[in-house]
Design a protein around this ligand. Structure first.
Ligand code: 9UX
Length: 72
């Protein structure tokens, strides 16, 4: 089954930034859906906890160059 996580993502200045965050998340194993909201500095991710956890997703966002915090 799947679980949902919401992150604050700080540092996105344009649609391309949001696109690169989304791609970075979707590259990970076990991701069902990743949505990035540039205006509200949020990302919602639906994933399988059998494959990865919130911290792995958070680190992938950070590695893409943005400051990420798990909210829920
Ligand atoms: Mo968003 Mo970064 O332009 O070069 S992709 S600021």
């Amino acid at each position: 089954s799947y679980t949902t996580a919401v992150f604050s993502v700080v540092g996105m200045s344009c649609a391309a930034c949001a696109g690169s965050v989304e791609k970075s998340i979707k590259r990970l194993p076990g991701i069902r859906e990743a949505a990035v909201d540039l205006i509200n500095n949020r990302s919602l991710v639906i994933f399988s906890p059998s494959f990865l956890n919130e911290e792995t997703i958070r680190e992938a966002i950070e590695d893409a160059g943005f400051e990420a915090t798990l909210l829920t």
